[in-house]
Design a protein around this ligand. Structure first.
Ligand code: CMC
Length: 431
């Protein structure tokens, strides 16, 4: 971390305290409060971390006002247009774009780890058939620590590297198998002659009776979904992974914790929630009713797939994803799909409504990714698992960065306690 460039003075009860201020390479200055409790005996209060930097990082930068998302300095729209998911994985993990030889080596390392330990199939079979694929993924990824003992020690850089490659390589296999198990079809093994996205599509849609021909437009759209979800700095699931890892937990346990956090509808679960909302709306004529509900303060209903904690003008991932959605819908058509017709009309109606403009509520990445995945034939239950497999590289990159910090401490937030103060235990007969 850089040295402090200036200081702020905090006065409590007439006593001054100097707080160092750091100037980042991009983004707002950051006030260092680490010594505040030791010096002044007070905590700071910031539930939801709206003003708190939990770490320093060199991986991803977001300027929510400008709608900017940079990975290692490269804008997401350039990466989505010119790069592809595995190259972005390399960039996130190692800090620079790879040379041709480095990329070839990385791709071959990932490809050589796509299969799962055969015994893990039995583990899948322990779940109920109707289990949500996210529930299966949380369990299976956590259970990898029981199968891959030679890559569970986070203090060993070689084991960290092996675990990273294993997770990136196996996550599509795990997600596809969770899906196949969920719909009662046999597992489809990975094929190493296919690219990352095509391989995933084939593992999901091929059956022993009929192979699945991967359309290059769909493979490209799938790769873009992976790329656009690859990392997003210190969001809830990434912070969960960092917090879990700060205790020294093994990588598979940490990523399982990230998957669990991502599942919620305010985070990665929004793409599923969005499609369920579109189905509930059902027909284009009911859109005004739902827009009115979203604006009604008395009604907890929100338009899922709209709004973002950080992006307050537009989500740059959504801009690229919209292009892909248009391409996929042109290829596959929406005429016979009422959900997709509702999506197209809802987007128009919300963008034209002053309430959404004033509150800076725009369609986010999950709005369009949900539409693409629906058009491709994925059930809504698979939307969040696909987000999880895409985000795995971001979680791992942030996990590796944290572990390489010699000053790493276990994460231990403080609290503003508002409960009872000390009181004596009362025997049950006297209560
Ligand atoms: N529909 C209607 N009103 C909304 C919406 C929405 N989707 N989102 C925010 N608002 C209103 C909210 O009622 C509040 O109004 P008021 O100022 O009158 O009280 C105002 O906008 C600010 O809302 P907030 O909850 O303070 O904003 P936030 O930054 O804490 O929440 C959010 C961000 C993403 C949780 C929220 O916009 C939301 O719930 N959106 C729907 C869920 C969704 O699509 N999530 C995916 C996010 S992108 C994927 C990811 O990165 O995980």
């Amino acid at each position: 971390m850089s040295d402090a460039t200036k200081t702020a003075t905090l006065t409590i009860d007439g006593q001054d305290y100097e707080l160092p201020i750091y100037s980042p390479t991009a983004g707002p200055d950051v006030l260092d409060i680490r010594k505040l409790y030791a010096q002044a005996g007070v905590f700071t209060y910031d539930p939801g971390f709206t003003s708190t930097a939990s770490t320093d990082s060199t991986i991803t930068f977001i300027d929510g006002g400008k709608g900017e998302l940079l990975h290692r300095g490269y804008p997401i729209d350039q990466l989505a247009a010119k790069s592809h998911y595995l190259e972005v994985c390399y960039l996130l993990l190692y800090g620079e774009l790879p040379s041709a030889a480095q990329l070839e080596d990385f791709e071959s390392r990932v490809t050589n780890h796509t299969m799962l330990h055969e015994q893990m199939m039995n583990f899948f079979r322990g779940f109920r058939r109707d289990a949500h694929p996210m529930a299966i993924m949380v369990g299976v990824v956590g259970a990898m620590s029981a199968f891959y003992h030679d890559s569970t020690d986070p203090s060993d850089p070689w084991q960290r590297e092996v675990a990273s490659i294993r997770l990136i390589a196996k996550m599509p296999t795990i997600a596809a198998m969770a899906y196949k198990y969920h719909i009662g079809q046999p597992f489809v093994y990975p094929r190493n002659d296919l690219d990352y996205a095509s391989n995933f599509l084939r593992m999901c849609f091929s059956v022993p009776a009929e192979d699945y021909e991967v359309d290059p437009i769909l493979a490209r759209a799938m790769d873009r979904i992976f790329t656009l979800h690859a990392d997003h700095e210190q969001n809830a699931s990434t912070s969960t992974v960092r917090l879990a890892s700060s205790s020294g937990a093994n990588p598979f346990a940490c990523i399982a914790a990230g998957i669990a956090c991502l599942w919620g509808p305010a985070h990665g679960g929004a793409n599923q929630a969005c499609l369920e909302m579109l189905r509930e709306i059902g027909t284009v004529d009911r859109i005004p009713e739902f827009i009115a509900r979203a604006k009604d303060k008395e009604d907890p209903f929100r338009l899922m797939g709209f709004g973002h904690r950080v992006y307050k003008n537009f989500d740059p991932r959504a801009t690229v994803m919209k292009e892909s959605a248009d391409e996929v819908l042109d290829l596959l058509g929406v005429e016979n799909n009422p959900t997709l017709q509702v999506a197209k009309e809802l987007e128009k109606a919300a963008l034209a409504d002053p309430y959404f403009a004033e509150k800076k509520l725009f369609p986010n990445v999950d709005f369009y990714s949900g539409i693409i995945l629906e058009a491709m034939g994925f059930p809504t239950s698979m939307f969040t698992p696909i987000f999880a497999l895409s985000r795995t590289v971001g979680w791992i990159s942030q996990w590796k960065e944290q572990l390489s910090d010699p000053a790493l401490k276990i994460g231990r937030p403080r609290q503003l306690y508002m409960g009872e103060t000390s009181r004596d235990y009362m025997d049950i007969e006297n209560r």
